[in-house]
Design a protein around this ligand. Sequence first.
Ligand SMILES: C[S@@+](CC[C@H](N)C(=O)[O-])C[C@H]1O[C@@H](n2cnc3c(N)ncnc32)[C@H](O)[C@@H]1O
Length: 222
Amino acid sequence: MGKDKLRRFAAIKSFENVIEAKPEVDFSLKGSWRKNFFKNNNPIVLELGCGKGEYSLGLGKHYPNNNFIGLDLKGNRIYIGAKEALALNMKNVAFLRTRIDFITDYFAENEVDEIWLTFSDPQRKKPKKRLTSPLFIERYKQILKPGGLIHLKTDSELLFEFTLDEIEKNKYTCLENTWDLYGELSAKMDEETKAIFHIKTHYEKLFTAKGFTIKYCKFQIN
Ligand SMILES: C[S@@+](CC[C@H](N)C(=O)[O-])C[C@H]1O[C@@H](n2cnc3c(N)ncnc32)[C@H](O)[C@@H]1O
């Protein structure tokens, strides 16, 4: 492992806004994130596979009365977002370093209001590992409030088509769906929505530079 990675791994251990969780260890914040971590009663929004956490930070700035938690396995990526949140003294943004697979160990029934999936790995050869596969959706059902929203923003045709098929097959409620977010929806967006979609993640910038269009859908599973 490179020196810089090791330095970042060590650094996040002392960050008050990063929690490192292991599935085999009882997680004390499950069911009490609001009371014991954020110390408020505001909605909780998750960014799954957050990388450097651009959406957690960006949404956190727009919505100071919501709580945002970015989840990712990679501590060296989380480090970037967590460091910025600390520098900006943002009390409504936190990061959880873990595998999303164990999400029901960290959040209780109805504890989560909204989920953002930002440029998730398309998992070309492993459909079960896609973050919108039935396996993951079942997990989200256990923690998401009735009517809670799931947002998917992606460059991947494969993941987008797969997700739309799952929505249709399972009769989830699709509230928004576009194959070209900036081309198609842009004209219809109010200023607030525009600002939210113009939060650009690291992977979004990479894929946009390669000429990919950005796909987006918003749906409810319960
Ligand atoms: C393609 S990157 C996107 C990162 C960021 N959202 C962005 O748009 O720049 C996918 C991220 O998901 C994380 N990831 C993928 N599967 C995961 C899992 N099962 N548990 C935790 N993190 C996962 C990876 O570590 C990686 O940081």
